[in-house]
Design a protein around this ligand. Structure first.
Ligand code: ZN
Length: 138
């Protein structure tokens, strides 16, 4: 009996039921799942690129990255941007607490993001404002 996940069968019975092997996950030109067994440790058969090692040239790798990019949140730039945002959120919370603008602002808990310098006095708040101004203008 083959298991069915997301419409495609994952296993294929061979040798009259004596062996169960992974089935090719590719779709043929009729839109049906390929009937062959997948190559060992791969998800598709040799006809559907099971022996392929992927893009080899730098140009090919770049095109593959661009074609498969979904949102970029896990790209190097996206993770650096997210880290910068975490630093900024902590520093703004520090600034609000230092200036006494809100009474119920607690320190943000958890691991400090890389590059975070706690803001402890009004001079630190001024530095932060200067940095944010430079960022907005630049
Ligand atoms: Zn196939």
């Amino acid at each position: 009996m083959a298991t069915k996940i997301s419409g495609k069968k994952e296993r294929l019975i061979l040798a009259f039921g004596r062996t169960l092997v992974p089935r090719c996950q590719a779709t043929n030109r009729r839109g049906e799942q390929c009937l062959k067994a997948a190559i060992q440790n791969k998800s598709v058969c040799r006809n559907h690129g099971g022996r392929s090692t992927g893009a080899r040239t730098e140009e090919g790798k770049r095109r593959s990255r661009e074609a498969n990019l979904i949102h970029g949140e896990r790209s190097v730039q996206g993770m650096l941007r997210a880290r910068e945002d975490r630093v900024r959120i902590r520093q703004l919370a520090d600034a609000v607490r230092v200036l006494g603008l809100a009474t119920n602002v607690k320190r943000v808990r958890g691991k400090w993001p890389e590059g975070y310098q706690p803001i402890e006095d009004e001079a630190g708040v001024l530095d932060l404002v200067q940095k944010l101004r430079i960022r907005r203008e630049g």
